[in-house]
Design a protein around this ligand. Structure first.
Ligand code: ATP
Length: 246
């Protein structure tokens, strides 16, 4: 039991959530290590949602809302363990599809993630078992598999906590790529069109509320938000904040 007054209570509870996800076969052991890398960057950004992150969240919300239902939320084990409810909410608000997309694919884990999302009301979870029959060009092995009705044909893909190779491959396929990555110098952060440099547990609820707030705005003003957003500049602002000690 983590004492509520522990200075790192929130971070410790997040770890417990991931360990629990690991025991329930949702999180891969490598996912626990990836989270550790994220935690280190979270220290460096002051464990809060910065102004550049808020800008990226706004652009991401506008992008998902203007994708005319051709957006896919790609879900891996860590994302499903940390914020399943918000992922389902985001799909409902934007009309995006949800696809299980794993670096370390096993059918058992795919099914466990699907079941977890369904607990929160997800209806049509793509990418599970034989459904992931299409292949991302330029990638090898199991990590290239995607759903032919999902990521393969999507215009916009939301790929939080993603590996650099796969992000770069999606960009080469012409997709608009949105990510959440605490590391502003990861290959994913640099390759994506919109990078939210924030902890997934803070970013996704903020993205849900921003999407709610922007829903119903006219297409022109949403597109303007996207056009005005410059990912390179935004990343360098995040990096500057780290250098200066936020
Ligand atoms: P890349 O291949 O993009 O250069 P990487 O090799 O670090 O990066 P992974 O090991 O797949 O990629 O790690 C996933 C990324 O997710 C890491 O950059 C890590 O900082 C980030 N990350 C981990 N946990 C979280 C979290 N809770 N919120 C946001 N980002 C996270």
């Amino acid at each position: 039991m983590i004492p509520a007054d522990h200075p790192r209570a929130k971070s410790l509870r997040t770890r417990e959530t991931l360990v629990d996800g690991f025991r329930r076969n949702i999180v891969a052991v490598e996912g626990l290590i990836a989270h550790g890398r994220g935690e280190a960057y979270d220290y460096l950004i002051g464990e809060r949602t910065s102004i550049p992150s808020k800008k990226a969240i706004r652009a991401a919300a506008a992008s998902l809302l203007t994708s005319n239902k051709k957006a896919v939320l790609s879900v891996n084990g860590n994302a499903a363990a940390l914020c399943p409810k918000e992922i389902v909410e985001l799909a409902e608000i934007t009309g995006a599809a949800i696809e299980v997309n794993l670096f370390y694919r096993t059918e058992q884990r795919e099914k466990a993630i699907k079941a977890e999302l369904e607990k929160y009301g997800a209806k049509n979870v793509l990418g599970v078992g034989p459904a992931a029959s299409a292949k991302i060009p330029e990638l090898s092995s199991e990590r290239r598999r995607v759903d032919p009705t999902g990521i393969l044909v999507a215009e916009t893909v939301f790929v939080p906590l993603e590996d650099g190779d796969r992000t770069e491959a999606l960009v080469k396929m012409g997709k608009a790529v949105i990510t959440v990555d605490l590391n502003p110098i990861s290959r994913t952060a640099k390759a994506a069109d919109i990078t939210i440099v924030d902890n997934f547990i803070r970013a996704i609820p903020a993205l849900v509320s921003e999407t709610r707030a922007l829903k119903g705005k006219d297409e022109k003003s949403l597109k303007k938000i996207i056009q005005k957003f410059d990912n390179k500049k935004n990343l360098s602002r995040s990096l500057k904040m780290i250098r200066r000690g936020f």
